[in-house]
Ligand binder design. Structure first.
Ligand code: PGA
Length: 255
């Protein structure tokens, strides 16, 4: 059975104090309402990762990063390697978020290199894929997802499929308050599952496929109930402890 993963993508939000406060509040909730079938992850900005790791020490809450570079070290001003993230206690790295693809012009080739680096350092990647509104409207959603998956997975050897995570995030749903409908999410997550099994074999059943894009405490139940929605990558609603904890509670109720 796949464990649900409830992951907070804090983006470029939260200072030091807020990081400690948020992690403590989530820790407290998770520790007192722990369900072994639900994993909880927070992904703060780089500079607050150590604080988050220290605050979460000994609790079931895990810490991940929002990005990394694919080289281990060297003259890459401003970059952070997967190795550095592993060393400070990160367990996950979000790769290929649509904001990185759009604003920072990350292409599929770079994303593929980052996935390989993250896996080489025994971290779990959360590979983000998703179509833009005009692509969905033109009926191209599956073609876009197939192309993103195909390129991101090139030469990637997965030995433990439970340590590979995909986040389906329709770009039009991110930060807009308009989440995909249950029907859209169901159809697309089922398609992704079938694609992965066709490409990688039956073991791809173990890959978790998160939904991301305006998930909150109001819509989480109907999304998390879907067979192939294995958790959420949550932006806005992960910045409020009460909302995020309610989503954990909902995950606990369906896991
Ligand atoms: P959102 O962001 O929940 O604020 O839509 C999700 C994401 O970008 O991962």
């Amino acid at each position: 059975m796949r464990k649900l993963l409830i992951a907070g993508n804090w983006k470029m939000n939260t200072g030091l104090e807020e990081t400690s406060f948020l992690v403590s509040s989530i820790d407290e909730y998770k520790s007192t309402h722990d369900n072994k079938n639900v994993e909880v992850l927070v992904c703060p900005p780089y500079v607050n990762l150590i604080t988050a790791v220290d605050t979460a020490a000994g609790s079931p809450v895990k810490v991940g990063a929002q990005n990394c570079y694919y080289e281990d070290k060297g003259a890459f001003t401003g970059e952070i390697s997967a190795n550095m993230l592993r060393e400070i206690g990160c367990k996950y790295v979000i790769i290929g978020h649509s904001e990185r693809r759009e604003i920072f012009k990350e292409d599929d080739e770079l994303i593929n290199k980052k996935i390989v680096a993250v896996m080489n350092h025994k971290l779990t990647p959360i590979l983000c894929i998703g179509e833009k509104l005009e692509e969905r409207q033109a009926g191209n959603t599956n073609n876009i997802l197939e192309s993103q998956l195909e390129k991101a997975l090139q030469n990637v050897e997965i030995s433990d499929y439970s340590k590979f995570v995909i986040a389906y995030e329709p770009v039009w749903a991110i930060g807009t308050g308009i989440s995909a409908t249950t029907e859209q999410a169901n159809e697309t997550h089922n398609w992704i599952r079938n694609y992965l099994i066709g490409k990688l074999g039956a073991e791809a059943e173990d890959i978790r496929i998160l939904y991301g894009g305006s998930m909150n405490e109001m819509n989480a139940l109907e999304l998390l109930k879907l067979e192939n929605v294995d958790g959420g990558l949550i932006g806005g609603a992960s910045l409020k402890a009460s909302s995020f904890n309610q989503i954990i509670e909902i995950a606990n109720s369906v896991a």
